[in-house]
Design a protein around this ligand. Structure first.
Ligand SMILES: CC(C)(COP(=O)(O)OP(=O)(O)OC[C@H]1O[C@@H](n2cnc3c(N)ncnc32)[C@H](O)[C@@H]1OP(=O)(O)O)[C@@H](O)C(=O)NCCC(=O)NCCS
Length: 213
C-alpha cells in the first residue's frame, strides 16, 4: 500500500523509519513535549515499532516529503470494523510543521480511508491549547463534537512559563492538579465528500474563469 498526495507519500511504518525519527528536531514549547521523541535505545525503538504495528486494531503509516525524507507519521487506533470507525493520531517532525504537510497528509489519507478501506467515520482528540493542530483538523473537514477535561501529561510544568500563560484558558488547576480541555472531533464520509467537492468546485471555477472572461 502506498498513497501519493501532491507532495507527500504515505506508506506503512517500517522499523527503519522509526530509527530515522532520531534525526527529528524538538519542540521548544513545553505544552508539546509529549510529542518529542525521547532518547531511546535501538531495542526500545524496536519495541515501540512492534507495539504500533502488531495489534490488529491499529495501523501506522510513515509520511515522506517530495525529497523522500521522513517528515511524520500517522496512525489509526481503536479500529472498529463493525462500526467502521477509528481514532486518528498524527505527529510531524517539529522542523516540518506549519508547511501544509499535515493537512495534505490527512486529506490524502481520508481519501484512502473512506474509499478504499470503506470506513464511515474517523474521530480524534486534540488539546484545546494545540491551536495549530486544531486549525489543521478543521481545514481537513473535522468538526468538534465534544469537550472534556483530562489530566495534563506534565504535572510539574512551570505555570509561569509564557507558553502556559498564553493558553491559560485551556487549563484548570484544582486541588494542585493540572487538567486540560480536550476537543473530540469527527469526520464522516458524507462530510468528507462534501468538503472535497467544495475544494474541487473552487478549483474548476478557477480553471474555467480565464475562458469566461
Ligand atoms: C498537528 C500537526 C500534525 C499539523 O500539521 P502541520 O503540517 O503543522 O499543519 P498545516 O501546516 O497543514 O496547518 C496548520 C495550520 O495552523 C495554523 N496555525 C499555526 N500556528 C497557529 C496558532 N498558534 N494559532 C492558530 N493557527 C495556527 C497555520 O497557519 C495553518 O493554517 P492556515 O493554512 O490556515 O494558515 C503538526 O503541527 C504536528 O505534528 N504537531 C506536533 C504534534 C501534534 O500536535 N500532534 C497532534 C496531536 S492531536
Amino acid at each position: 500500500m502506498e498513497l501519493k498526495g501532491k507532495r507527500v507519500r504515505i506508506a506503512p511504518l517500517k522499523l527503519e523509519d522509526v530509527y530515522a525519527m532520531r534525526n527529528w528536531g524538538t519542540h521548544e514549547n513545553p505544552l508539546l513535549f509529549d510529542y518529542n521523541l525521547p532518547p531511546l535505545t535501538d531495542e526500545e525503538l524496536k519495541n515501540w515499532h512492534y507495539y504500533k504495528t502488531s495489534e490488529r486494531n491499529r495501523k501506522y503509516f510513515s509520511i515522506f516529503d517530495e525529497d523522500h525524507r521522513l517528515i511524520g507519521y500517522l496512525g489509526i487506533k481503536s479500529i472498529r470494523k463493525i462500526f467502521k470507525d477509528s481514532v486518528l493520531g498524527i505527529v510531524f517532525d517539529p522542523n516540518n510543521v506549519n508547511k501544509g504537510y499535515g493537512t495534505e497528509a490527512i486529506t490524502t489519507f481520508l481519501d484512502y480511508y473512506f474509499n478504499e478501506m470503506n470506513m464511515r467515520k474517523m474521530y480524534l482528540d486534540v488539546a484545546k491549547f494545540n491551536k495549530r493542530a486544531l486549525r489543521c483538523y478543521k481545514k481537513s473537514g473535522f468538526k468538534i463534537i465534544n469537550l472534556y477535561l483530562d489530566d495534563f501529561f506534565d504535572q510539574n510544568i512551570d505555570v509561569n512559563n509564557s507558553y502556559f500563560v498564553k493558553e491559560k484558558s485551556s487549563f484548570i488547576i484544582k486541588k494542585g492538579r493540572i487538567y486540560n480541555y480536550i476537543y473530540r472531533m469527527k469526520i464522516d464520509k458524507a462530510t468528507y465528500l462534501k468538503e472535497r467537492d467544495k475544494i474541487d468546485t473552487t478549483k474548476s471555477k478557477n480553471q474555467t474563469k480565464p475562458n469566461i472572461e
